[in-house]
Design a protein around this ligand. Structure first.
Ligand SMILES: Nc1ccn([C@H]2C[C@H](O)[C@@H](COP(=O)(O)OP(=O)(O)OP(=O)(O)O)O2)c(=O)n1
Length: 114
């Protein structure tokens, strides 16, 4: 895949890739809402372990090894991918839902008040 394509990839593209991944392995039977939620929470745990015991971390992670950043990227991706798959299996358009939620947040927290 070209770098440009990767940069522009959408939630819908990722969702389709995840569907194909599960189909190709006959794993659709395992991808129930509850299983996907638990898998995502497990990955949140793995993500948390990266930050565990390190104290506060500077933005941009200036003192981290490249391998540590790569590991972080992988765990962030696992959380995102299970979240996208969970939304898809539940029949939720995540891009649409998230866009609507941002609008709702802005109404709830008007900028001039903060
Ligand atoms: N039934 C499954 C199992 C895995 N995956 C995909 C989604 C995640 O992106 C990744 C998770 O794979 P692992 O369970 O092997 O977890 P890790 O990659 O975190 O490996 P490890 O737990 O060994 O660090 O694979 C999936 O879609 N459905």
């Amino acid at each position: 895949m070209q770098e440009r394509e990767v940069m522009d990839i959408s939630l819908k593209d990722l969702s389709k890739k995840l569907e194909e991944f599960a189909k190709a392995r006959d794993w659709e039977k395992y991808h129930s809402p509850r299983n996907l939620l638990l898998a995502m929470v497990g990955e949140v745990g793995e993500l948390s372990e990266i930050f565990q015991w390190r104290g506060e971390v500077d933005k941009g992670l200036p003192n981290w090894e490249e391998s540590e950043k790569e590991h972080l990227g992988e765990e962030l991706s696992d959380v995102l991918l299970y979240l996208i798959r969970l939304a898809d299996i539940c029949g939720i358009d995540l891009g649409d839902a998230a866009s609507k939620k941002i609008v709702k947040n802005a109404i709830k927290y008007p900028p001039k008040l903060f």
